[in-house]
Design a protein around this ligand. Structure first.
Ligand SMILES: Nc1ncnc2c1ncn2[C@@H]1O[C@H](COP(=O)(O)OP(=O)(O)O)[C@@H](O)[C@H]1O
Ligand SMILES: N[C@@H](CC(=O)OP(=O)(O)O)C(=O)O
Length: 436
């Protein structure tokens, strides 16, 4: 059994949905995870933002534009008038539901309900198209088996147990379609796995059913060795280890959601990144196989803030770092990079909600400097200690770029540097030119 995930661009229009339908009808048993049509989730976020501000006109304007777009795609998608009517009915009821939330009382619960509508519509549309084509396809509702626990983390045993019920009920169906991204939380309310979370859904399902393979279908032929949005002539990487893929996803390679590698790694299910526009291209295979002796790829994570604590108390002291980290822990703020010297420590964060409180508390140790608008550039590969010369090549490539922090040795797979966001493009391009 395969899990096949198609992102927003891959289900972004009637034509793209037809392509998806043909790819999932390959005769195998497939669980198909779909995102919302591209742009939809952003529109749903906009609608929610208007509703928080009690701007009903703003919300209605976006709702009407979006609804119109769905009817246009439905018109192009189906030939059979009964199926077209059924799809129109589904979409209309979803928009009626969104419209019913256009009122003054608006909270996070309603916001999450609105954000779930995109995936509910795209899956119903593709499923009906497959049925029109005479395919053996059924919808299985993610809201009945994807669940998070009291820590907001996926409830793995619940997911395993409940998806199995649907597999048993539909054991004779070749194609099972479900929603990416959406889930229920510990209070049984509709929730989601964070933006871009459909990859995570696919990986969790792949692990839960012990799939032969998890396929992430997108609009590019695999994970590239640098960010194609900023660098020309990037190349698809044929094979990646789980560890390399996790580092790249975490440090900004947008093609994979940062959380999506771990469930596949734990269950040892290979992940393939494939291109809907070029289905025969080999793409990238991510597996437990380690790559040897190479610098594999570069990625960049934006929106980073660095905090430097300068303190005489660190000199010869023990327990100092624990006290510093405790402040971040108390404010539920993860740290990305860390560098230390005898009298100071620098850390980076990208969640800024509690920055002011954190800085105030850190000031009890000494002077605190905050630098914002930074980018972590992460260079990933097989960088084990015996391999010499990698750092030299990397710093040679970056010799004209001011480096704010450097992190090396945290794992065998990653060298990270912190640069100002205005130097991001130049740094990515310089690294591609020297390394690949
Ligand atoms: N290292 C990389 N390799 C491939 N694509 C990348 C990389 N870094 C960023 N991207 C961007 O990620 C995009 C695909 O991600 P996304 O838009 O989230 O896809 P989907 O809609 O299929 O979920 C690509 O079009 C590409 O521009
Ligand atoms: N629709 C959701 C979930 C998702 O994963 O989308 P995509 O696969 O298009 O990145 C979002 O936009 O966040």
């Amino acid at each position: 059994m395969k899990v096949m995930k198609f992102g927003g661009t891959s289900v972004g229009s009637a034509d793209r949905m037809k392509e998806v339908a043909s790819l999932v009808s390959d005769g195998d048993n497939n669980i198909v995870v779909l995102s919302a049509m591209s742009g939809t989730t952003n529109n749903l976020v906009e609608i929610s933002n208007y509703l928080y501000k009690k701007n009903h006109d703003g919300a209605n304007r976006i709702i009407n534009q979006l609804e119109k777009k769905y009817y246009e795609e439905i018109d192009l998608l189906y030939k059979n008038s009964k199926i077209k009517e059924e799809a129109t009915e589904v979409v209309k009821s979803r928009f009626d539901f969104i419209k019913s939330l256009v009122k003054d009382e608006f909270s996070e619960v309603e916001e999450k309900e609105i954000l779930a509508q995109g995936e509910l519509m795209s899956t119903a549309m593709v499923n009906l198209y497959l049925i029109e084509q005479g395919k053996d396809s059924v919808l299985i509702p993610a809201l009945e088996f994807m669940k998070t626990n009291s820590d907001g983390e996926p409830d793995i045993s619940y997911i395993k147990e409940n998806i199995k019920k649907y597999l048993d009920i539909h054991k004779d169906s070749k194609i099972l379609i479900t929603q990416g991204y959406i889930c229920r939380n510990v209070n049984d309310e509709i929730d989601n796995l964070q933006r871009g979370g459909s990859d995570y859904t696919a990986s969790l399902i792949g692990a839960a059913v012990n799939a032969d393979e998890i396929q992430i279908w997108t609009d590019i032929d695999g994970m590239h060795n640098n960010d194609p949005r900023y660098v020309e002539n990037t190349k698809s990487i044929a094979e990646l280890s789980f560890d390399e893929a996790a580092e790249l996803a975490y440090f900004g390679a947008k093609i994979l959601h940062p959380t999506s590698v771990l469930p596949a790694k734990v269950a040892n299910v290979p992940v393939r990144v494939l291109n809907t526009m070029e289905p025969k291209a080999p793409g990238t295979t991510i597996s437990g196989k380690d790559s040897k002796n190479r610098i594999t790829a570069v990625a960049a994570k934006d929106g980073i803030t660095a905090i430097r604590i300068h303190s005489g108390r660190m000199l010869m002291a023990y327990g100092f770092l624990r006290k510093v980290f405790e402040i971040f822990e108390n404010h539920k703020t993860p740290i990305d990079m860390i560098t230390t010297s005898e009298v100071g420590v620098s850390v980076t964060i990208d969640k800024l909600k509690h920055l002011d409180e954190i800085v105030d508390e850190l000031k009890t140790f000494g002077s605190v400097e905050v630098d914002s608008d930074l980018v972590i550039i992460c260079i990933v590969g097989d960088l084990v200690r015996e391999n010499k010369g990698y750092a030299n090549r990397i710093f040679d490539a970056l010799k004209d770029i001011p480096l704010r922090m450097i992190s090396y040795g945290g794992s065998d797979h990653n060298i990270s540097v912190l640069v100002s966001s205005e130097n991001k493009k130049e740094a990515l391009r310089a690294l591609s030119a020297k390394l690949f």
